[in-house]
Design a protein around this ligand. Structure first.
Ligand code: NOJ
Ligand code: CA
Length: 705
């Protein structure tokens, strides 16, 4: 899979130096300079400059170690340094482009703590779009230790604008706040809305990927890459001097990570660009992850799907089979003796209707939730044996559905809601995956709603990070693709395990049925949540008035139909859902055509214009044809997008079909007003397209003779 086009690896020098001066490297394009030094107390420090000015001012590195007065904070000497250059191009299994260049200059700084003789290496990689660095612990006597806190600092140069959600050990499902760094403390409490499991980090904790903009117009993004066997990092802001410090997710004892040398931490990343589009184009996070670990990836395929889902989320129908029982016991409750309710969605007949719809409109797959016993009583009671993942409800005939799907050339997507009972899931995992293989399911949506079991653990702690990884690797053994909801946000590990085709880990479309997210939500997510990998955002809602589906739900989707179309391009994912009900698509079949046509895998991506919180316009080329697609998501201010088509092949003629907001469209008052026009275009064309508040557009561009 990996094509090594060019590797140039030179160890420039390896010097043993007791009192070392600052070590300096530059990025391949020379735009960045990194300085690493030791303070007078022997504390490691780094500083990152971009085009001659600091982006991260002198910042300390180190750890607080449990039951250890000395800790890994100071008293270090440099015992060696090495620099090298790396340049390769690799081919992702799926992605925003078919080739990714991984080009950086590296600095290794080997440290020894004088009094304890403990060894710690700092590895820095400086790319043309920013910095990645991590801590490494070589084989040594100091083998087992527990991190009480990681002390990585990111000292900002001013009171930047930030696009943030509150730090939380259990959820990322918050609406974004845009504010100055100095305003985070005052806005923190009001930024937190209710969730099934949440542990906010007060008073100034924020999540990564954190997007910022300086007063000089520089864009900065802080995140992490390759989160493996460690706990997720949040950032705590010390707002008297605008310094962020890493804040790891604790375990039940308050400990942050259990370490065994030789080992490494995840990479800490700082992506920097003069234009917001530079952040969207960065592939640093993937590049800092290991190459693919799965030998044969031919079974991993991008998926466009529909599902028995939105009707439950809106409250039109239910996951549960009966209303008779307030509590069920797995294996003991005899469902055949219970009165079915009239709202259970996952019946054989109803699922067949979705299969028909998928087959008719060319979708790859159908997701079905609420097919298995246990939903009457699935969360809120800290229940361990909550689901067994193999026992269907009496009205869901798994064999019949399987045969029907096969006859219609449609795949089924499995749903495993764990309810946070991770130990229960591990207990059942092999039988659950074997059951899936028997009925030809090759993808599963997992879910972790509610408080975690083992009790006291958090969704983003090391224990859970290891659980998600265990499920991912076990799934790979079974050739199963994973789409994990409520799991830790991704950090580029899909490069190594491309069977991780989706994550939720942020507010998805479901919140539009729980009261709504801000209209500019999807103009921020690509700068934050999507930095680490694709999101199963589940766009494509055409009926925004949720009371039309469920009279008891007065939520309203904060977007227009044209916006929903644009998201299939703006919010890259190899897994895309058309989330609305077939009956709503049947009302707008001309707009639905865009969702049918849009690919889920690309050979090239061009980020045309972007401003976090305001708008994003992205163009992508289909991986399997010469067709291009353009998408836009717009915030609350109406504007005219300028789409310069010079990415098209020179000399060729194309037809552009433009699905745009009508002049009177508005996310609140007129969300279904769109117009579809066609136009002959070439690489010399510029399109000016009006976007409404909460609006957007989708364009398909097809070559003609
Ligand atoms: C929350 C998920 O995000 C949603 O997609 C799913 O339907 C429910 N949990 C039930 O598992
Ligand atoms: Ca969710």
């Amino acid at each position: 899979m990996k094509r090594l086009s060019f590797i140039w690896l030179i160890v420039v020098y390896y010097a043993f130096a007791k009192a070392c001066p600052a070590q300096t490297i530059t990025s391949p394009n020379k735009a960045f300079e990194l300085k690493v030094s030791l303070s007078q107390e022997g504390t490691p420090q780094y500083q990152l400059d971009y085009k001659g000015d600091a982006v991260v001012e002198t910042s300390s590195l180190g750890f607080e170690i449990k039951d250890d007065e000395k800790s890994l904070k100071n008293d270090f000497e440099m015992v060696g340094t090495a620099t090298s250059t790396f340049d390769e191009t690799w081919e992702p299994v799926w992605g925003e482009e078919s080739e990714i260049r991984n080009h950086y200059n590296e600095l290794e700084v080997d440290l020894k703590q004088k009094e304890t003789n403990r060894l710690m290496t700092l590895r820095f990689r400086l790319f043309d779009d920013g910095l990645g660095f991590r801590y490494e612990f070589p084989q040594q006597e100091f083998t087992y230790f527990i991190i009480k806190e990681e002390l990585t600092e990111f000292a900002m140069t001013g009171d930047h604008t930030a696009y943030w959600i509150a730090g939380d050990y259990d959820t990322q499902e918050y609406d974004y706040t845009t504010s100055k760094l100095s305003e985070i403390r005052g806005l923190h409490e009001s930024s937190i809305s209710g969730n099934a499991s949440q542990t906010p980090i007060k008073p100034t904790g924020v999540q990564t990927a954190l997007m910022m903009k300086t007063d000089d117009g520089l864009y900065i993004n802080i995140h992490e890459a390759a989160l493996i066997d460690y706990s997720a990092m949040h950032l705590m802001l010390y707002d008297e001097n605008m310094v962020f410090t890493s804040h790891l997710t604790p375990d039940v004892n308050g400990d942050k990570a259990y370490m065994q040398a030789p080992t490494t931490t995840p990479w800490r990343t700082v992506i920097v660009g003069d234009d917001a589009t530079d952040i969207l184009a960065s592939r640093m996070t993937y590049n800092l992850n290991d190459p693919v670990a799965i030998e044969d990836t031919s079974w991993i395929k991008p998926v466009k799907y529909v599902g028995v889902w939105w009707e439950m989320i809106t409250g039109k129908s239910s996951w549960s089979y009966t209303d008779e029982l307030p509590a069920i016991q797995l294996g003991k409750t005899d469902y055949s003796k219970l009165e079915p309710n009239s709202t259970h969605a996952a019946t054989t007949e109803h699922v067949k209707e979705y299969i028909d719809f998928a087959a008719k409109h060319g979708f790859d797959a159908v997701l079905v939730e609420g097919w298995n016993v246990g939903w009457e009583d699935w969360f809120g009671n800290s229940k361990d044996y909550v689901f067994d993942f193999v026992t269907p409800y009496p009205d869901f005939d798994v064999e019949e559905v399987h045969e029907y799907a096969q006859a219609n050339d449609v795949k089924m997507i499995m749903h495993h809601e764990t309810s946070g009972a991770t130990r229960n899931y591990e207990r059942h995992l092999d039988t659950a995956f074997q059951f899936m293989k028997k009925y030809d399911y090759d993808a599963v949506k997992t879910g972790y709603v509610g408080n975690v079991m083992p009790r006291g653990e958090h969704h983003y702690g090391q224990w859970l990070v290891n659980h998600y990884q265990y499920v991912l690797e076990k799934a790979a053994d079974y050739e199963i693709m994973i789409n994990a909801h409520e799991a830790v946000r991704p950090t580029g590990i899909a490069r190594t395990y491309p069977n991780l085709i989706g994550n939720e880990s942020a507010r998805g479309t479901e919140f539009q049925a729980f009261g709504g997210s801000k209209p500019n939500h999807t103009t921020i997510l690509p700068f934050t949540r999507l930095i680490g990998g694709p999101m199963d955002y589940t766009p494509g809602i055409f009926e925004m008035d949720i009371s039309k589906l469920n009279p008891l739900n007065d939520s309203h989707g904060n977007f227009t139909i044209a916006n929903q179309l644009g998201l299939y391009v703006v919010m890259y994912s190899p897994l895309q859902m058309a989330a609305d009900l077939p009956e709503n698509y049947n009302r707008f079949l001309d707009a639905f055509q865009f969702i049918k046509d849009v690919p889920v895998d690309w050979s090239k991506s061009v980020y045309l214009e972007a401003e976090p919180g305001e708008y994003i316009t992205t163009a992508r080329k289909d991986k399997n044809s010469d067709n291009w697609f353009v998408g836009n998501s717009n915030g609350t201010t109406p504007r005219t997008a300028l789409v310069d088509l010079d990415f098209l092949e020179k000399g060729k003629k194309y037809i552009a079909t433009i699905y745009a907001d009508a002049a009177d469209a508005h996310y609140k008052t007129n969300p279904q007003a769109y117009k579809i026009t066609t136009k002959k275009v070439t690489s010399k064309s510029d399109l000016k397209i009006y976007t409404a508040p909460g609006g957007g557009f989708g364009i398909s561009i097809v070559e003609v003779d």
